[in-house]
Design a binder for this molecule. Structure first.
Ligand code: GLC
Length: 554
């Protein structure tokens, strides 16, 4: 396959940018209360600039009871006291800009926190009132209304409806503390336009929009017969609350607001079928959308190649670029995922194991190879904090520290997402490995010191330095255009050439592959590779290499 994207002379930064996700609770704690915050982030901006990222995306930092890590927002126009103040947020935006780093914030329009003033007003008001109409309240089924209005399930487990004292039920597709907003109510649509403007006026470069495939619901829909697993890219055709066509009108209204500002963007978190994703990327909708397909693809060359071709192709068809995501705050860290046997259902494995099937060294080796792949593909890349250190999933957190609502709502059947949210180790020693002066909100394993920033900083072979070098080389070799030409060098290898002539070869098999007639010099490799003057390249198992073309003009 070959994709020659329309040449864009001056591509906006986000088309080919690298965005670093800051899960603020776990990045760095400046105030000394055990929770990461804006002060901690400001103190590490130089680290991020030196890493070479183009932007940061900060997970929700608004006032919140933190029942879902801040995705339960109580006030969209302020900052959670645990994270800092609005003035500190403004300083952070300025300081990041001075270092050439763009700032994306996380907007959560599908639901608020129960502590939001609107929900509090709804609780004090009568059934059928204007206050209740901002949310989705309904009478229950059965003679006395004691059964939920439908059998919809919460993503985190349990029913998606909860009952209030006067008998009304409210919808919450996530935690019971996250009531869904009614996007057919004009007060809701106007409020969010105002919230967008509030942050754009403070200089943010864009928004990551949470649950972008939610918002619109069809309450007349009969019960869901087969409950489809959400947060996967399954086909969810005509689903009553995911990916409904009406969502696109809302997106267009946001886009026309953004277009009044210079150079701003929004990226969708839309877990929809790959065929439906391009709809979110039409010229008057999102600038970009996460593509979670690679994250769900097994470590297998033919499957990776298929995912790359379909994702890059679908985005190019609508004039967009795709995004490459290996990890985020909702999934098992890829250094661990790739250490599990192919097709292990990792969400279940977290709780049920068997845990001795994990090959952590293999996972780390594959993670090194995987980042060379994603950073050389056309489009944007989203990195999740700590992946540049090769952090593994902390799968053995004691049950009594688990904080993800999934753990309780699934009645302890799904362990949840805490294992990828453990605070970052900045130094090799000390009680929180440099995260902050207090005990961190989630415990770090003893082994974190050996893979801390300090431990890796001066080691040329460390994961951190692989990322730094790769990010610097990416700018030179892989961001000039969006051309992609796949080529075949055997069934275990994913191989392609980019417009610059530079190539990436990833051997996903368990044995080395000898490749003949290789022209070019090694720019970077995930493990040591040998090339011979006759043009043979021996590419070790589970390893990747970047090759620069031989110059013909000298
Ligand atoms: C998104 C977030 C996730 C959150 C959910 C509900 O999927 O990434 O962390 O729990 O939305 O807001």
């Amino acid at each position: 396959m070959s994709i020659a994207a329309p040449s864009t002379d001056v591509a906006p930064w986000w088309r080919r940018g690298v965005v670093y996700q800051v899960y603020i609770r776990s990045f760095a704690d400046g105030s000394g209360d055990g929770t990461g915050d804006i002060a901690g982030l400001r103190s590490r901006l130089n680290y991020l600039a030196a890493l070479g990222v183009d932007a940061i995306w900060i997970t929700p930092w608004y006032p919140s009871p933190l029942h879902d890590g801040g995705y339960d927002v109580a006030d969209y126009r302020d900052i959670c006291a645990r994270f800092g103040t609005l003035a500190e947020a403004e300083s952070l935006i300025d300081e990041a800009h001075e270092l050439g780093i763009k700032v994306l914030i996380d907007l959560v329009p599908n639901h608020t926190s129960v502590e939001h003033r609107w929900f509090q007003a709804a609780l004090s008001a009568e059934p059928g009132s204007a206050e209740r109409d901002r949310y989705i309240f309904r009478r229950g089924k059965g003679p006395d209304g004691s059964e939920p209005p439908s059998n919809w399930r919460s993503v985190f487990g349990g029913p998606a409806w909860s009952r209030v004292d006067d008998g009304d039920w409210y919808l919450h597709l996530f935690d019971v503390t996250q009531p869904d907003l009614n996007w057919e109510n004009s007060e809701v649509t106007e409020e969010f336009l105002d919230i967008f403007a509030f942050w754009l006026d403070r200089g943010v470069d864009g928004m990551r929009v949470d649950v972008a495939h939610g918002l619109v619901k069809d309450l007349t829909f009969p019960d869901i017969v087969k409950s489809a697993e959400v947060l996967t890219s399954e086909q969810l055709a005509n689903h009553p609350h995911w990916d409904r066509d009406g969502v696109h009108d809302i997106i267009r209204s946001w886009r026309s607001l953004l277009d009044r500002y210079d150079d701003r963007m929004m990226v969708a978190e839309a877990w929809v079928h790959p065929e439906r994703l391009p709809l979110y990327l039409r010229p008057d909708e999102y600038h970009q959308s996460f593509n979670f397909d690679l994250l769900d693809t097994d470590w297998d060359a033919s499957q990776f190649t298929a995912t790359i071709e379909s994702s890059a192709g679908a985005a190019a068809d609508v004039g967009a670029t795709t995004t490459w995501v290996l990890s985020n705050h909702d999934v098992m860290r890829h250094a661990t995922r790739y250490g599990l046997p192919t097709a292990t259902p990792w969400r279940r494995w977290l709780l049920d194991g068997p845990h001795d099937i994990l090959d952590a060294l293999l996972g780390a080796r594959r993670a090194r190879a995987a980042i060379l792949l994603t950073l050389s593909l056309p489009g944007a890349a989203y990195l999740y904090q700590g992946e540049e250190l090769g952090l593994p999933e902390v799968w053995d957190l004691p049950e009594d520290v688990l904080d993800d609502p999934t753990w309780v709502l699934s009645e302890h059947k799904v362990k949840g997402r805490d294992g990828c949210r453990v605070p970052i180790p900045w130094s090799s020693s000390g009680p929180s490995f440099g995260f902050g002066s207090a005990k961190p909100w989630l415990p770090q394993p003893a082994g974190f010191g050996a893979i801390s920033v300090e431990a890796q900083d001066d080691d040329p072979s460390s994961m951190l330095n692989l990322y730094r070098t790769a990010l610097a080389l990416r700018k030179k070799w892989f961001t000039e255009d969006e051309d992609l030409e796949m080529f075949d060098v055997g069934s275990d290898v994913v191989a392609f050439t980019r417009g610059s002539g530079a190539r990436c070869l990833l051997n996903m098999g368990d044995t080395p592959v000898c490749i003949d007639d290789v022209e070019g010099t090694v720019l970077l490799s995930s493990v040591r590779v040998e090339t011979s003057i006759e043009g043979h390249l021996e590419l070790p198992a589970n390893a990747a290499v970047w090759l620069a073309p031989i110059r013909t003009d000298s």
